[in-house]
Design a protein around this ligand. Sequence first.
Ligand code: FMN
Length: 378
Amino acid sequence: MTTVVTTRDSLFESVQLGQHSLKNRIFLPPLTRSRSTQPGNIANDLMADYYRQRTGAGFMVTEGTQIEPRGQGYAWTPGIHSKEQIEGWKKVTQAVHEEGGIIFAQLWHVGRVSHTSLQPDGGAPVAPSAIRATAVKSFIETAPGQGDLADPSEPRALSTSEVKELVALYAQAARNAMEAGFDGVELHCANGYLVNQFISEHTNQRTDEYGGSLENRLRFLKEIVEAVSDEVGKDKVGVRFAPLFESTDELRVYLGLVESKPYETYIEAIKLLNNAGIAYLSLAEADWDDAPDLPETFYQGAREHFDGRILYAGKYTPEKAMRILDAGYGDLFGFGRPFIANPDLPERIRQNQLLNEVDPATMYGGTEKGYTDYPVHL
Ligand SMILES: Cc1cc2nc3c(=O)[nH]c(=O)nc-3n(C[C@H](O)[C@H](O)[C@H](O)COP(=O)(O)O)c2cc1C
């Protein structure tokens, strides 16, 4: 009998991303942890420690970071629109760079997935169309340091000129991210938030140039990608999508995550990104227990139409990552919950060590408990 020893060496090859030569193929995906300083949603020393601990990753993306006050849908998430927020993020980028890490800021606008109590002057959340989000919760502060889930409020539809102003807000946020010392920015176009709301026919019933045909529904994406690329350089831009091909959960359809024609929609979107020449495409695969896998044809289509790096995350194991890498479909692989619980995850993967379990109770909000105190044992 021969013993087959599988090594994980292929995950530890150096790989080029934009101008950066990454030390491995493992990335920290964007993970909302809701621990910014209040008031003001400001990144802080605790967050700098958290990111510093995870610099074993070849590449890191911050938690979703609102580009403007209306872009917030959950209490205590950090922003990148005020002077104080830019200063706060400098602590994070400095800590990461001291350890030789590379980090992009995830630029986030929740659109309709928000609550009036999170909005400036208690206004209605803004969205492509005035269609309320029903299958998802916002998270509001009920007392200092305490909060609760809440149904998103009825949104109002953005006017055409407001959509154009939003494009400029994305460019401004990207400029702010560079000022804060980030190596680049990722546009959060996934998970039923603002950009996804424009893409999906379930959430976009506009009759102007931003609605109707697929080309029109992709126009907001195209304009923000171009505006942000002009601002920071296309080699410093990534985009994240979460295409879903079937739903085991009827409710997810209302999130706008399931398109009538997901293959056509997302391949067209990917072609658009390829023409823009951005550094990477990040594909978030479904991560709940009975989630359907992406069809093989979609992995193939994405690879065929996108020349930059392709990042995958969503219930990945090192074995699945190696399979996708060997097939030539993807370049970098994200581990979300495992990275929350294992600051030294890449080393544990390399050595095939046991992993700490994540504590769901401390995922969002709170202190260093369940944030920077997970044990490192190597
Ligand atoms: C606590 C938590 C917060 C998350 N926050 C974000 C986020 O801010 N932006 C985003 O694009 N995805 C977010 N995600 C999705 C993750 O980036 C990732 O795709 C997901 O956790 C699946 O990977 P995993 O199965 O390895 O955890 C979050 C996931 C978790 C568990």
